[in-house]
Write a protein of this length. Structure first.
Length: 167
């Protein structure tokens, strides 16, 4: 069953929100969630008709699926760059660093010359995939996106509908 980009965005935002729905969340985590959700509330999405060719800027080994806390921190720091104030960035890092790895979302960090330089979220449901929260220090974010979509752990070829969020 195919899912709309709006449904996938709602799934992703719910997934992120649930990580601070605990007995005693920190005030900073809750404020960070508000900031995060306010930014991700009204994005637009485009559907990919075909998968792009792999970029030479990122290789398969330069993109890592986040599966331990140090990578979560790297992901959070990259995502926080989307906010201009240091106070907001700190709140977003506090919120995002609470993430526990589970379906239906996977986090990815890209490295360029050994430094964390890109991050994204991949959300899947049925035969649909959404790539969102794309942040990169590169002048060409499509370089990261193309390698991510062709990455062995993403396996985008098996999805009939692939959407990419844009702000």
């Amino acid at each position: 069953m195919d899912h709309s980009p709006k449904e996938l965005l709602e799934i992703k935002n719910h997934w992120f929100s649930q990580h601070v729905e605990v007995d005693f969340p920190t005030r900073e985590s809750l404020l960070g969630r508000e900031l995060y959700l306010s930014l991700t509330n009204s994005p637009s999405c485009r559907q990919m008709k075909t998968l792009p060719a792999v970029s030479t800027e990122y290789g398969e080994d330069d993109i890592v699926k986040v599966d331990f806390h140090q990578l979560t921190i790297m992901f959070s720091l990259l995502q926080a760059q989307r906010w201009s104030s240091e106070e907001d960035q700190a709140l977003v890092v506090e919120f995002l660093s609470q993430i526990i790895f589970s379906e239906p979302c996977d986090l990815y960090v890209g490295f360029h010359h050994g430094e964390p330089s890109a991050a994204a979220v991949v959300t899947t449901k049925g035969d649909s995939m959404l790539v969102s929260d794309l942040v990169t220090s590169s002048s060409d974010p499509n370089a990261f996106l193309s390698t991510l979509l062709n990455h062995s752990t993403v396996d985008a070829h098996k999805y009939a509908h692939i959407f990419v969020e844009s702000h």
